[in-house]
Design a protein around this ligand. Structure first.
Ligand SMILES: NC(=O)c1ccc[n+]([C@@H]2O[C@H](COP(=O)([O-])OP(=O)(O)OC[C@H]3O[C@@H](n4cnc5c(N)ncnc54)[C@H](O)[C@@H]3O)[C@@H](O)[C@H]2O)c1
Length: 439
């Protein structure tokens, strides 16, 4: 009976008849849902935010780089449906959780979305289903939070239902790597679970990398993101040293990157942003305390990265001062408020801290961002601002232009020619007298 349950599920997964349920239709869930559809699987999308299923079925996109028309068409052909109704999880053979894992106000893991979604899915599960968690989290989450909830519902994990953890590696807005081409790590709660996990992802991802446990898979993701956080902090710190020494840090990093082994370039910026790098490493920090270990590198990287907006503000003040102007009353135009280039994602964007700090000092701040036409309402910040059009007049009409995010859609030539004073946190411009500054 047991191996029939597993074999039947694997057969449906391999045959692409298994119905795939994606819970959380955001930056991670949507590309994955699309990938399953492209590979021929029937897909059901589930989100607590009713606007998302509605928008997808109507062909309206709510993430800039994702074409919702594709989902509307798949819905018309009966391959796709989206809903807020968890009872529809019963139609699925696999349920993949792609819900948020933020930090709470005390900078501790907030697993309420993961736990909430599991508790809503489990009552609709039956034998022969697989549950996969993709949200980034600390090692132990799958075994400590998901497995007991399945067992409490009477399931034998690895026998009648299967449980895996497989971290998402989406890089939104990066056209070089599609969901299919990014190798995917997968760990199972048991050996049978891993076998099912490999079938779940093997149909849509070119290379699936099995690891020995869900904890190893969870830790893999945290290592990847901590590696980025620490290396970005390192170049952010070296940027300050290079600046004082009159050395161009971007030139140095590009030169170092010619070394064909043992070096990977990371570039400094106005701080760290996005839903992952500033947050995920602290999931480990929190869990490590349980084992009596302090994650000093992670803490230090967080400290260095979060002070970067202060450095940019100090450089703006210094630049304005050179031109005989105080920050107070100066018109400052911030270019780019998304956290990284070519996306519309504002989560944890350092531009928000930058705008807030400049405004606190009395500057009249405006912004331009072709990807974010209106400053969105955020939980902790609100600015009644709309993106300004960049023209020779709008650029020359402000006291200082700050480059915070270097979107390709900006007209860099126009910016370079018409800004009266430029403070550049992305290394787009070469420093020039008292007009172009690095920050
Ligand atoms: N964005 C990225 O680039 C990225 C990359 C790798 C990993 N991750 C990880 O993936 C996870 C999801 O991130 P994201 O960027 O897609 O988040 P997101 O906010 O874009 O999407 C999450 C979705 O889940 C929905 N949701 C919340 N609670 C729910 C519930 N109980 N039931 C159903 N739906 C629910 C939200 O309405 C939202 O649509 C996080 O753990 C994140 O760390 C994100």
């Amino acid at each position: 009976m047991t191996s029939d349950t597993k074999d039947g599920l694997i057969e449906r997964l391999n045959g692409r008849t298994a119905v795939i349920g994606i819970v959380g239709l955001g930056y991670v869930g949507l590309p994955l849902a699309r990938r399953y559809l492209e590979a021929g699987y029937p897909v059901r999308g589930l989100d607590v935010d009713a606007r998302k299923p509605e928008a997808l079925l109507a062909g309206r996109s709510y993430i800039e780089h994702i074409d919702a028309g594709y989902f509307a068409e798949a819905a018309r052909s009966g391959k796709f449906d989206a809903t807020t109704d968890y009872a529809r999880a019963a139609e699925c053979d696999a349920v993949v959780l792609c819900v948020p894992t933020p930090l709470n106000d005390h900078r501790e893991p907030d697993l309420s979305y993961v736990v909430g979604s599991v508790e809503q899915v489990v009552p609709h599960m039956r034998a022969g289903m697989v549950l996969s968690l993709e949200s980034t989290t600390y090692p132990g989450t799958t075994e400590e939070e998901l497995r007991p909830r399945l067992e409490a519902a009477g399931f034998a994990v690895g026998e009648d239902v299967f449980l895996v953890y497989s971290p998402e590696r989406e890089d939104p807005g990066n056209p070089d790597f599609s969901t299919r081409a990014i190798p995917k790590v997968c760990g199972g709660s048991t050996e049978s679970c891993l076998e099912v996990g490999l079938a779940l992802y093997g149909g849509v991802i070119d290379q699936v990398i099995p690891v020995s446990s869900t904890r190893a898979a969870e830790m893999t993701k945290i290592l990847e993101n901590s590696y980025r956080a620490v290396n970005i902090a390192l170049v952010n710190e070296l940027k300050l040293v290079a600046e004082r020494m009159g050395i161009d840090i971007f030139e140095v990093i590009r030169a170092a990157a010619t070394k064909p082994f043992g070096f990977k370039p990371f570039f400094p910026g106005p701080g760290l942003g996005g839903h992952c790098i500033p947050i995920d490493p602290f999931y480990l920090t929190w869990k490590a305390r349980e084992y009596g270990i302090a994650t000093k590198f992670i803490e230090l990287a967080g400290e260095v990265n979060t002070t970067m907006p202060d450095y940019v503000v100090a450089r703006v003040a210094e630049a304005l001062n050179t031109h005989g102007r105080p920050v107070k009353g100066s018109k400052v135009l911030v270019l780019g408020i998304a956290y990284k280039k070519n996306v519309d994602d504002m989560r944890e964007s350092p531009s928000v801290a930058l705008i807030e700090k400049l405004r606190d000092r009395g500057a009249e701040v405006s912004y331009a961002d072709p990807h974010v036409p209106v400053f969105p309402k955020m939980r902790r910040h609100h600015f009644d601002l709309k993106s300004r059009e960049l023209t020779a007049e709008s650029l020359a009409g402000v006291d200082c232009v700050v480059v915070a995010t270097d979107h390709d859609r900006f007209d860099w030539d126009l910016i370079g020619r018409h800004a009266r004073l430029l403070v550049d946190a992305r290394g787009r411009f070469t420093p020039e007298g008292t007009r172009v500054w690095r920050a």
